[in-house]
Design a protein around this ligand. Structure first.
Ligand SMILES: [Zn+2]
Length: 414
């Protein structure tokens, strides 16, 4: 064997195991594997997970918060305006430079796959998608990146964006993005969804849309997206992010939509970190958390996940591309705090998004890809409580990062 990681705690198993690796695959997961490997690593009794997965992050606009004017209103409109002020001057190198800072954090935090959104529209043209595709090339073998062609300013609202979306797919984008709720009429919203399905079918790609990312209880794009997914037999290939309006619907309509989402085998990405900070701005008194119906969707059997979405940009001033931190916030916002619920939350940053991205060989079974993270805590509960440094991160069987908490304590009691 090329590598062995000894003394690992893995989910669903009481005893410690060793994980043997051959090439880029897991060869064996057993207690006390005999013989020595070319590379001997020690997890030291720590929890080992398959690599963390982030299914929704905007790396073309990340880190703009360091250089932009203040987003005074904290509204979607001003966030778009500020982004556009910078987007006009984007270069591929500028995007790669800002995005690399976040990808480095993600790798150090044990992320093995990210679905990266890049704006496609008449303001930035194809520069954002070119930047993200260049980022993907540079990080090949270190982390798996997918590029989403994302029409941030809408399609009907941004005439010419449709042709650019087609060109972005020709350049090599992996996923068709969309933002149907942002169109100004329901008819344009439906045209937007229909256009994205045509493009996805033509290119053979999956779909990830920002759907009903609004407190407006009459926003209906998730319903239409689910119906079209079923009609086009795109089951299991469509993810919708935020879906905040679902929480605002009356219960009867919400139940109907959740049933459609389940039937379409869609994934819903809740992204609690950003929604907590960004939404409910018009509310007085009880302020909404901007969170979709996480518990009810789970009860319905829907694949619910949570993603970073933004890092230090016009929408969100925080974020360190750590999916354990993202999961911790979701646990707070959705009030999933019991031990078995924390297991569900951990699924939302591991197996859940891996399913949404349809990652091949994801897991900790023999034959799976050797993408794994040693968490630096012994259990799921401790990992989500402490979000500790990750002592070892492996991608394709190779160590890509190591980090440790380095504390020097003075004056400790005897
Ligand atoms: Zn987003």
């Amino acid at each position: 064997m090329d590598t062995v990681v000894r003394n690992c705690r893995i989910r669903g198993r009481e005893d410690a195991v060793d994980i043997a690796i051959e090439g880029d695959r897991i060869a064996a997961v057993e207690p006390s594997i005999e013989g020595s490997a070319g590379q001997e690593l020690d997890a030291d009794g720590s929890l080992v997970l398959p690599g963390l997965v982030d299914a929704h992050i905007h790396l073309d606009k990340c880190m703009l918060n360091d250089v932009m004017r203040t987003n005074v209103s904290q509204t979607f409109r001003e966030s778009i305006e500020i982004t556009n002020e910078h987007k006009r001057a984007y270069t591929v190198e500028d995007i790669v430079s800002r995005a690399s800072a976040v990808v480095e954090l993600a790798i150090a935090n044990g992320t093995s796959a990210m679905r990266v959104f890049a704006d496609v529209g008449t303001i930035g043209g194809l520069t954002p998608i070119e930047g993200i595709l260049e980022l993907k090339r540079r990080y090949e073998g270190q982390i798996y990146l997918e590029a989403v062609a994302f029409p941030q300013e809408g399609l009907a609202r941004d005439p010419g964006a449709d042709r650019l979306m087609e060109q972005a797919m020709e350049l090599g984008a992996d996923v068709v993005g969309g933002i149907p709720w942002y169109e100004i009429t329901d008819a344009y919203m439906r045209d937007h969804v229909d256009f994205c399905f045509e493009l996805a079918k033509k290119t053979g790609k999956d779909i990830h849309m920002l759907s009903d990312d609004t407190d407006d209880e009459y926003s209906r794009s998730l319903e239409y997206l689910a119906v079209r997914t079923i009609e086009e037999s795109y089951h299991g290939r469509v993810t919708a992010s935020h879906c905040r309006a679902l929480a605002a619907y009356d219960h009867a309509h919400a139940q109907k939509v959740m049933g459609l989402v389940r039937e379409a085998e869609m994934t819903i990405s809740a992204n609690a970190m950003v929604t907590l900070a960004f939404h409910g701005g018009n509310d007085r008194g009880l302020i909404r958390r901007g969170l979709t119906r996480v518990r009810e969707l789970l009860d319905e059997g829907v694949n619910v996940i949570t993603s970073q979405d933004d890092v230090n940009d016009p929408y969100y001033a925080f974020g360190k591309a750590d999916q354990l931190q993202v999961a911790q916030y979701l646990a707070h916002a959705a009030r999933l705090v019991l031990p078995h619920e924390l297991d569900i939350v951990m699924d939302m940053v591991t197996t859940g998004p891996a399913k949404a991205l349809r990652l091949e060989g994801y897991g900790l079974e023999p034959g799976d890809r050797a993408d794994l993270v040693v968490v630096g805590a012994p259990s799921v509960g401790a990992a989500l409580r402490l979000t500790p440094p990750r002592p070892l991160v492996l991608h394709g069987g190779k160590v890509v990062a190591e980090s440790r908490l380095d504390v020097t304590r003075h004056g400790a009691p005897a």
